[in-house]
Design a protein around this ligand. Structure first.
Ligand code: ACO
Length: 434
């Protein structure tokens, strides 16, 4: 299937006195797009765009971001409406299938996810191969990649039924994989999923229960975690999603592709930012240190950046950060942690940065990670689990984008070109003469 493009005219490019016509498309919303896919064949030139700041790699109907106005839509629905009115599995169904489920569709989907949440028992022994102090992201990445060694019956990417089963398995098993990585790092026995719990509650149960003592689910906290999952579920063609698409474009199986996405998410400029943001707040410690850190962030000779600030696409307040801030207050209230010193530092830092000309001019606003670390810490998660939680929630986005790509008849193997600036005429010198 290919989404029909709305061609509204031509763009022209002149190279060495020759003029080339390029199709100009109008999207349903957002800037127009010039189609340069035939430019190399026509004019023998490449385009240069490090970091893909001006390049669309695909057409998509899943997620839309208006970075100037702070708008985020999943399948056309505003993120604020979804967080307020739907739960994570409803949103997952929406991302995967294109529309919100009716009651029967939702029950069937929840049932399918619930009954895919256990891991093959042999897989649980995989964990023992990791060092006890391994980072849970390292374990998660490895175990997800290993799913393809255990679930051969859902690796044929050309079979829609197998694609659907793989998608559901990934969404269902990710909390179990993540919770087991956590339990392993603590040296505690694994806790198996419980089918009478919701998605977020079940994850908390697997992380915080012991064989000797059940964890009592606090609804406010489980709802907050569910919201955190919704806010992280998809974000169009970011680094990890593009990695999943690129890996998948070669025909790799979905488990391998999602493992690639997890690896890409790990970096501090992407999913690792929530961990880095909390580290930064701890390092700042008290409000009277803020000025010193703001100065460091503004100094171009200092590599320090305000973590949880700035975004490639949002040049206004990240709409997810606003919801996250509200949820953060709800969680801290529920736990009687209103006076949390890190929350105080975060709020003061946000206030000062939002009034500072450096941050105003560069359009640097808090992003989703600024408050999420405080929430996750209050829920009881250690810092090295933060990015794992992000990966858990983003799995549905990755798999929806992967599925869309596989079903797109325009899909080809991803193969960027380059501006080669290396040597061309080196003469070989024998080893003994060098
Ligand atoms: N603190 C201080 N200065 C910053 C920050 C920051 N957090 N972010 C950007 N800048 C400055 C840069 O130094 C640069 O200044 P210059 O024009 O004088 O060179 C300018 O703002 C533009 O920044 P770029 O890095 O070129 O912007 P880019 O779009 O490439 O980067 C990014 C976006 C990576 C998110 C960046 O803002 C950053 O590193 N933020 C901190 C890490 C973070 O919070 N990442 C999470 C992103 S959200 C997510 O992945 C879920």
């Amino acid at each position: 299937m290919t989404t029909k493009k709305n061609e509204i005219g031509k763009a022209f490019i002149e190279i060495d006195n020759a003029k080339y016509e390029l199709p100009l498309y109008k999207p349903n919303v957002g800037p127009n797009v010039v189609d340069i896919s035939k430019l190399y064949a026509q004019a023998n030139v490449f385009t240069y765009d490090p970091g893909f700041t001006s390049t669309a790699n695909c057409s998509s109907t899943i997620t839309y971001i208006d970075g100037e106005n702070g708008i985020l839509l999943y399948r056309g629905y505003k993120i604020e409406d979804l967080v307020e009115n739907a739960d994570f599995l409803e949103v997952s169904y929406l991302l995967l299938n294109g529309e919100l489920p009716n009651i029967k569709e939702k029950n069937d989907f929840v049932n399918a996810i619930t009954y895919h949440s256990m891991l093959h028992e042999q897989m649980t022994r995989f964990y023992a191969g990791f060092r006890r102090d391994a980072h849970p992201m390292a374990i998660t990445c490895g175990v997800i990649g290993a799913l393809s060694a255990f679930y051969h019956d859902s690796t044929d990417i050309n079979d829609p039924q197998q694609r659907m089963i793989a998608s559901r398995r990934l969404i269902a098993k990710m909390p179990t994989i993540a919770a087991m990585a956590y339990k392993y790092s603590l040296g505690q026995p694994f806790v198996y999923p419980k089918n009478d719990l919701g998605y977020a509650s079940n994850f908390m149960h697997m992380c915080f229960s012991f064989p000797t003592e059940d964890y009592k689910i606090n609804k406010i906290l489980a709802d907050a975690l569910d919201k955190v999952f919704i806010l992280h579920a998809d974000h169009e063609q970011n680094a990890s999603t593009s990695t999943v698409r690129l890996a998948g474009s070669s025909g790799a199986n979905p488990f391998a592709c999602i493992a690639a996405g997890v690896a890409s998410l790990w970096g501090p400029a992407h999913g690792g930012a929530n961990e880095a943001a909390l580290n930064m707040l701890e390092e700042i410690g008290t409000a009277d240190n803020i000025t010193k850190y703001i100065k460091k962030a503004k100094d171009s000779n200092d590599p320090f950046r305000l973590m949880g600030f700035g975004h490639r696409v949002y040049k206004s307040y990240d709409p997810r950060a606003k919801i996250m801030q509200k949820t953060c207050h709800e969680v801290l209230d529920a736990l009687s942690l209103r006076d949390d010193p890190l929350l105080k530092v975060a709020m003061e830092l946000e206030k000062i940065a939002l009034e500072d000309p450096y941050f105003i001019e560069k359009k640097l606003y808090p992003n989703v990670d600024f408050y999420s670390g405080i929430i996750l810490r209050a829920l009881g998660f250690p810092k090295d689990m933060f990015t794992v939680l992000f990966a858990l929630a983003r799995t549905v986005g990755w798999i929806s984008q992967w599925k869309e790509m596989i079903e797109d008849s325009e899909q080809r193997i991803g193969r960027p070109r380059q501006l080669y600036m290396g040597n061309v005429d080196k003469k070989f010198i024998n080893l003994e003469d060098r």
